[in-house]
Design a binder for this molecule. Structure first.
Ligand SMILES: C[S@@+](CC[C@H](N)C(=O)[O-])C[C@H]1O[C@@H](n2cnc3c(N)ncnc32)[C@H](O)[C@@H]1O
Length: 311
């Protein structure tokens, strides 16, 4: 299964993260271990890799493929929104590198039971952590019309969000919406035929919005970034690959804020040292090469940003 997940922008990640023997590196979205394996090779011997993921199945796989490494491997099922406490509990104070490769992995997308795709008969699930209660069926059947419209507009950047939300609410009164194909039909009916012909699968944006809501993706990233920056040792690097403009904007802003000069007035009793926390290494985000995008269409929307801890 793991062979189906090709680590996105691997060469760029390795160049910017710059892992070396003995280093401590956190892979905050370790998934099926694609990036992690390459990082482990670079930090061995003697280094430590901490791999975090919400998905217990992915972690079991990664545990198997990393067994026998000469570096130490610490795998934790958890949310990167709790990065600080996960690292503290693992006895890690500072890291030389932290990687986030956001979103879902190919094995998650391809496993029909996980409910991420719009194929016929797929249950509306979309939970990365199968232990959590909120799934896509609950969002679709229980959220109010205005809330649904907001999510579809904001996370899906879907201009027909209000109509889609209205059609969902009307349809669910007939019978609960529990499969992906029924939702696809409802979304198709809500989008005028002329608009349906543009921009790929008509339900793509709605499904993306539901996934982001179910997994709290925006909120988790907002919480995680300051903790990650705070846990980098001097010279440590953070690399984030995002697949959605909301995520990329959050990363850009978090890096820019930490890269600004500290503007605390000189009279402040704390007198912190002036100077920024981060130096941005990618003034513009890096994109996958055309050959990688052709080989792996799922990486096409990837944007990579990196920064180095200076103080
Ligand atoms: C694109 S995949 C990572 C693939 C991995 N880099 C590789 O090469 O195999 C993203 C992973 O992040 C996990 N994930 C998403 N949000 C998370 C969160 N808030 N906390 C922990 N893991 C998360 C998903 O479960 C998924 O396994």
């Amino acid at each position: 299964m793991a062979s189906m997940h090709r680590p996105v922008m691997l060469q760029e990640v390795l160049r910017l993260l710059d892992p070396k023997p003995g280093m401590t590196v956190v892979d905050a979205t370790v998934g099926y271990g694609g990036h992690a394996r390459a990082i482990l090779e670079r930090i061995s011997p003697g280094g430590t890799l901490i791999g975090i993921d919400l998905d217990g199945e992915a972690l079991s796989w990664t545990e198997r493929i990393t067994a026998g490494s000469t570096a130490s491997v610490i795998l934790r099922q958890g949310n990167f929104a709790d990065l600080g406490s996960i690292l503290t509990a693992a006895g890690i104070r500072e890291a030389n590198g932290i990687l986030f490769d956001l979103g879902v992995s190919s094995p998650q997308l391809d496993d029909r039971e996980r409910g991420f795709s719009y194929r016929e008969g797929t249950p509306l699930d979309m939970r990365m952590d199968r232990g959590q209660e909120l799934d896509a069926a609950r969002v679709v059947n229980e959220y109010g019309e205005r809330e649904l419209a907001r999510i579809i507009r904001e996370y899906g950047e879907e201009r027909w969000a209000s109509r889609i939300a209205r059609f969902i609410v009307e349809e669910r009164e007939r019978a609960p919406i529990i499969t992906a194909d029924r939702l696809v039909e409802i979304v198709k009916n809500a989008i005028p035929a002329s608009a349906r012909r543009r921009g790929g699968h008509p339900a793509r944006r709605t499904f993306q919005a539901l996934r982001m809501e179910v997994n709290g993706e925006k909120r988790n990233l907002e919480r995680a970034l300051p903790q990650a920056i705070g846990r980098l040792g001097k010279g440590g690097r953070i690399v984030v690959i995002s697949y959605h403009s909301i995520e990329d904007r959050l990363v850009k802003k978090a890096f820019r804020d930490s890269a600004r000069q500290c503007e605390i007035p000189p009279a402040s009793p704390a007198r912190p040292s002036r100077g920024a926390l981060l130096r941005v290494l990618t003034p513009r985000p890096l994109l996958p090469s055309s050959s990688e995008a052709a080989d792996n269409p799922r990486c096409r929307s990837a944007k990579l940003r990196a920064a180095e801890r200076t103080a």
